[in-house]
Write a protein that binds this ligand. Structure first.
Ligand SMILES: Cc1cc2nc3c(=O)[nH]c(=O)nc-3n(C[C@H](O)[C@H](O)[C@H](O)COP(=O)(O)OP(=O)(O)OC[C@H]3O[C@@H](n4cnc5c(N)ncnc54)[C@H](O)[C@@H]3O)c2cc1C
Length: 494
C-alpha cells in the first residue's frame, strides 16, 4: 500500500470535483485520480457549454452569483420563473414518467443551493444570452428554463474547479487509471488500484467516490447495451469514459439501475471527428433545428422539429438520426432563419455547410434527389397554418396534414439562399448506472449501502430515461457529487 487518503475520488469531471470539494469540507486528505493525461483532463464536463439547470423565482435569485451582470444588462432580461415543481414536472414529462422520483426529487431540491455552493467554491456564472434567449421587443427573452452557464463554458468550469481544488489542498493525479477496487473481508471498499506513470499501486482510502462517467466512449459496450449501430455513433466528448469503473462497481455488488439501453445523443456535425475535439468542443452541435426542417437521405422529414423547445427534444433526437439510412441527415434553413442560427455552432471551423439559390440546386449539392427534396419542401410550405412566428415562446405556428407535423415555429422555406448542414448522431453520455441513496452511497441489489462506496455524475442510474431536460447533467453531477463527497468525508472520519 503506497499511501492513504481519507477520500479518493475517481474522475476529474464536474461530479468528481464537486465530490472532492465537499469531501474536503469534512476530511483532511482528499485525492482525485484521473485516467486521462492532464491535457485531456476534465472529462465530458470540459466539452460542455456549461449550461446548468437550476431553479429561481426571478432574476433576483440568480444575481448574487452573476458577478459580471450590470444593472443595465439586467434591465433587458426577461426571464420566466422556474420552480422546483416545474423542474420535477419536466423530469417526469421528458422521461415518460420513468425517472426515480426520490432521486429526481433530490436533484430538483438541491439545484438552487448547489449553484450558490459552487459559486462560493470559485465557479463563475453568467447568463447564456446567445444560446438561450431571443431578442423580442428590445429585451432578451429566455426560453426553455436554462439561463445559467459557466463563465468560459466547460473549459472555464474545469479550470475554475482545478484552481479551487488545488487551493484547498486537494491532490490530483493524472495519467492514473483506476483498474480495481480494494475491499476488506466485510466487503467494504477500502481503496483503489491505480495504473499510473510509475506503474501499478494500491492507494488506501477511508471512502471512495466513483465519478468516472458512463460507457459512451466504448463502442463495444455501446453496441452491447444500447443496441445495433450505436457502435458507429460519434462520441461528442472525452474518449476516456469507457465504463470499466462502472463494471468494477457492478462486480463489487452494486445494483444496476436506470435506462441501460438509453443515452443522451444529439444532432452532431457529420464531419466531426470520431471522438471529441478539445478546441471545437460542443460547437459541432447543431441545435437550431426548431426553426428549420430536417430531412434524411431520401429527402424526407422524419421528426417534429418544433415539438418543444430545443432543451426538451435535443437529447433524444440523436437516436432518430441514427435510425435513418446511412445514419445521416441534413438541417435546412433559408435567408429568413439564417440570422437566428446559433452562431457559435453554425459558423464553427470545419462545419458541414452547403448553400444554393434553389432547393433543387441545394439537393444536388447534398447528393439528394432534387424532385424529392422539392416535393418535401413544397408540401411542408403548403401545410403551414397562419400565425405569428416567435422563437422565444411555443408560438403554435404549425403544419396541418403532413406526417410528421411541425408543431411550432413552422416558417416556409422560400427565401434564398437556402442553407443545409450535414448531421449525424453524436452520443453524449449513457443513462444506465448504479443505484445510489440520498447520500449518494452505492446500493447493492438488496438496497443496502456498500460500505465506503459512493457515486456521482454519469454513472448514477435512475434519473434519465430516453430523454433529458437540457443542462441537467452538470446539475446532477454537482448535486450528487456534493452529497457523495459529504457522505464519503463523514464516513472516512467516523
Ligand atoms: C460536447 C458536450 C456538451 C455538453 N454540454 C452540456 C451542458 O452544457 N450542460 C450539461 O448539463 N451537460 C452537458 N453535457 C453533459 C455533461 O458533460 C455530463 O453530464 C457531465 O459533465 C458528466 O460529468 P461527470 O463528472 O459525471 O463525467 P465526466 O466529466 O465525463 O468525468 C469523468 C472523468 O472520469 C475519468 N475516468 C474514466 N475512467 C476512469 C478510470 N478508470 N480511472 C480514473 N478516471 C477515469 C474520465 O477520464 C473523465 O475525466 C455535455 C457533454 C458533451 C460531451
Amino acid at each position: 500500500m503506497s499511501e492513504r487518503y481519507d477520500v479518493v475520488v475517481v474522475g476529474s469531471g464536474n461530479a468528481g470535483f464537486c465530490a472532492a470539494h465537499a469531501a474536503r469540507e469534512h476530511s483532511e486528505r482528499v485525492l482525485i485520480v484521473e485516467k486521462a493525461p492532464r491535457a485531456w483532463a476534465g472529462g465530458n464536463s470540459y466539452f460542455t457549454a456549461g449550461a446548468t439547470r437550476t431553479t429561481f423565482r426571478s432574476l433576483d435569485d440568480l444575481r448574487p452569483i452573476l458577478d459580471d451582470l450590470t444593472d443595465a444588462q439586467a434591465a433587458e432580461v426577461e426571464l420566466p420563473p422556474y420552480s422546483p415543481e416545474q423542474f420535477m414536472t419536466d423530469m417526469v414529462r421528458v422521461t415518460d414518467g420513468r425517472c426515480d422520483r426520490a432521486l429526481a426529487g433530490i436533484l430538483v431540491h438541491d439545484a438552487a443551493a448547489v449553484v450558490r455552493w459552487m459559486h462560493a467554491k470559485g465557479i463563475r456564472w453568467k447568463l447564456m444570452e446567445e444560446r438561450q434567449s431571443f431578442r423580442v421587443a428590445g429585451k432578451s427573452r429566455y426560453f426553455g428554463n436554462l439561463p445559467l452557464g459557466t463563465v468560459g463554458e466547460g473549459k472555464g468550469l474545469i479550470a475554475q474547479h482545478t484552481a479551487a481544488a488545488l487551493a484547498s489542498g486537494i491532490a490530483i493525479r493524472y495519467d492514473s487509471a483506476v483498474v480495481g477496487l480494494l475491499r476488506d473481508d466485510r466487503g467494504a471498499v477500502t481503496g483503489v488500484i491505480v495504473d499510473g506513470p510509475d506503474g501499478r499501486e494500491q492507494i488506501a482510502a477511508g471512502a471512495v467516490v466513483l465519478a468516472s462517467g458512463g460507457f459512451e466512449a466504448d463502442p463495444m459496450r455501446r453496441a452491447a447495451y444500447l443496441g445495433p449501430n450505436w457502435d458507429v455513433a460519434k462520441v461528442r466528448g472525452t474518449p476516456y469514459n469507457t465504463g470499466e469503473v462502472l463494471q468494477m462497481a457492478l462486480d463489487a455488488g452494486a445494483q444496476p439501475y436506470g435506462h441501460w439501453s438509453g443515452c443522451h445523443a444529439i444532432q452532431w456535425d457529420a464531419g466531426a471527428p470520431p471522438t471529441g475535439d478539445r478546441e471545437i468542443a460542443h460547437r459541432f452541435s447543431k441545435q437550431s433545428y426548431p426553426i428549420g426542417i430536417v430531412v434524411n437521405r431520401d429527402a424526407k422529414r422524419f421528426l417534429d422539429e418544433g415539438a418543444d423547445f430545443r432543451n426538451y427534444t435535443y437529447a433524444k433526437y440523436g437516436a432518430e438520426i441514427l435510425k435513418q439510412p446511412g445514419a445521416i441527415a441534413w438541417q435546412l434553413f433559408d435567408a429568413k432563419t439564417d440570422p437566428l442560427l446559433r452562431q457559435d455552432e453554425y459558423t464553427a471551423p470545419g462545419v458541414s455547410r452547403y448553400e444554393a439559390g434553389t432547393i433543387r440546386d441545394l439537393a444536388a449539392r447534398l447528393g439528394l434527389n432534387p424532385d424529392a427534396l422539392d416535393e418535401t419542401v413544397a408540401a411542408f410550405n403548403a401545410a403551414i397554418q397562419p400565425g405569428d412566428f416567435n422563437p422565444a415562446i411555443k408560438d403554435g405556428v404549425r403544419t396541418v396534414g403532413i406526417v410528421p407535423p411541425k408543431s411550432n415555429w413552422a416558417l416556409p422555406l422560400d427565401t434564398p439562399p437556402y442553407l443545409a448542414f450535414g448531421i449525424t448522431c453524436g452520443i453524449t453520455f449513457t443513462f444506465g448506472g448504479v443505484k445510489v441513496d440520498s447520500g449518494a452511497r452505492v446500493l447493492d441489489r438488496a438496497d443496502r449501502p456498500i460500505p465506503g462506496l459512493h457515486a456521482a455524475g454519469e454513472l448514477v442510474g435512475g434519473l434519465f430515461f430516453s430523454n433529458y431536460p437540457g443542462g441537467s447533467g452538470l446539475t446532477s453531477g454537482a448535486v450528487f457529487g456534493r452529497r457523495a463527497g459529504t457522505s464519503a468525508g463523514q464516513w472516512a472520519r467516523a
